[in-house]
Ligand binder design. Structure first.
Ligand SMILES: [Zn+2]
Length: 456
């Protein structure tokens, strides 16, 4: 079949299809047809952007890129869009008059603005609904949506999804988990949507006061700590827990869990063209995506800064959707320190089996004179700090002997700082690794945070 015609047909069908039909397409398109559709939509997105947006027109001109000759991502050479481009001049990306704007908190300070049109939102709602169905949310389910509304996207996006899916829903926004807990029974809500740390607090309430039967808990916006997954499912008496990987820039989730595998995500290669760039020898690299469904503000080869890799051997479920590993951390959170490459998942693994500490922790790298200090800030309810620190050392030694060998060699010092529960997180997204070795002013301002006691 004529390739351009396939893409056009797909876009037309997607605008008019029901969530049930979209679900069928996601689950079973022939690979060759999917590739043709994706590449045709990529080509048309690049042409559209080059002829309608100031940013792309200028950037392509500077690099001598003729958009009419671009068929695949590699035809764009070293052209990428970055979070900095988006923060610097978001309106230059616009290709047509927008009707909605959302902001992205990111972890790097300035908010990024992403614009959408109304018809895109209607399409996104039906696509989210199809994703809900793939993950087990049927029209008769009753949804508690506790994702944030405000200036962020997930609350509104899931609201559109629940509406398109035909669900009864209570749109809470990110309110006190106690408010939602009280209403689960009142409205017979059986599906809960929210951020991982929020879900953990809701689960603590259920553990203390009793759980109602839930069918599914759906998290996103951050990774769920691995150790929390079996605990959450057991407190909620066998409810399924699934995660989505999305951002304001993606809008739709690029990663989701349609099967029972909770480690990593299947990729949505219908709405996005994903790439993993600059991979290391084990395949870990930065995830980059191109949006294929947006015309108001398409993002072409957008660098997410998130580090992942294609799961070796794929997902055991056998789905044709490619599978990526759990995110190893943001690229800008990888810190070369203490004689090695350190990333957030390392510390999560060290801390997950130590009892009496919360899921909120932060590592701060400082300089004491010229000496490097790895300061591990944890929240704990325990008072036996000596024993607690010994347990953390033992875990770190078992999992990362090279790191601890550098400690033994005095390449750096380790300082464990104990805080009360709920005191480390000061903003919506917790930056896990904070490198203040060359930023003494910020290092000093953080000193005012009151620890319980400084450990060994
Ligand atoms: Zn799978």
């Amino acid at each position: 079949m004529n390739v351009p015609f396939l893409g056009t047909m797909f876009d037309f069908a997607a605008r008019h299809a029901s969530p049930a039909l979209i679900k069928r397409f996601y689950q079973g398109p022939p690979v060759a047809m999917l590739n043709n559709v994706v590449h045709d939509r990529f080509r048309r997105t690049v042409r559209w952007a080059a002829s309608h947006s100031e940013f792309y027109r200028d950037a392509f001109k500077q690099r001598g890129i003729d958009s009419r000759r671009v068929r695949r991502p590699e035809d764009l050479g070293d052209f990428f869009t970055t979070p900095t481009d988006l923060a610097d001049h978001p309106t230059k990306f616009l290709c047509q008059r927008p009707q909605m704007v959302f902001e992205s908190s990111g972890t790097s300070g300035r908010n990024k603005r992403v614009y959408f049109g109304r018809s895109e939102w209607e399409h996104m709602g039906r696509t989210v609904a199809a994703g809900f169905r793939i993950m087990g949310i049927e029209p008769e389910d009753r949804v508690a949506n506790a994702f944030d509304f405000s200036i962020w996207i997930p609350g509104m996006l899931c609201h559109y999804g629940a509406m398109a899916n035909g669900n009864f829903t209570q749109a809470f926004g990110k309110v006190d988990p106690g408010e939602v807990y009280r209403r689960l029974k009142q409205e017979n809500l059986n599906v809960v949507l929210g951020e991982p740390t929020w879900i953990i607090r809701l689960t603590e309430l259920a553990e203390k006061h009793g759980a109602v039967p839930l069918k599914l808990i759906l998290g996103g916006a951050e990774e769920m700590p691995t150790a929390a997954i079996p605990w959450i499912q057991s407190v909620w008496k066998g409810a399924n827990l699934k995660m989505c990987y999305a951002s304001v820039e993606m809008a739709l989730a690029i990663g989701f869990q349609p099967c029972s595998n909770q480690d990593g995500y299947h990729l949505d290669t219908v709405d996005f063209l994903p790439e993993i760039i600059e991979p290391d020898e084990a395949g870990w690299g930065e995830l980059v995506f191109t949006t294929l469904y947006r015309r108001t503000m398409p993002l072409i080869r957008y660098r997410t800064r998130d580090v992942t890799r294609l799961t070796p051997g794929g997902c055991p479920c056998g789905s044709i959707m490619p599978h990526i590993s759990r995110l190893r951390g943001r690229r800008d959170e990888l810190v070369v320190a203490s004689g090695g490459n350190l990333y957030p998942l390392m510390f999560e693994r060290i801390l997950e089996s130590v009892p009496g500490i919360s899921h909120d922790w932060q590592v701060i790298f400082r300089l004491d004179g010229v000496r490097e200090v790895l300061e591990l800030n944890i929240e704990t309810t325990r008072s036996d700090f000596g024993e607690l620190d010994r347990e953390i050392h033992a875990q770190a030694t078992a999992l990362y002997p090279d790191l601890m060998k550098n400690l033994a060699l005095n390449i750096f010092s380790l300082k464990i700082v104990h805080h009360p529960f709920g005191s480390i997180r000061s903003s919506r997204k917790l930056k896990r690794l904070l490198d203040l070795r060359h930023d003494p002013a910020t290092a000093e301002s953080l000193e005012s945070r009151e620890p319980i006691q400084i450990g060994v």
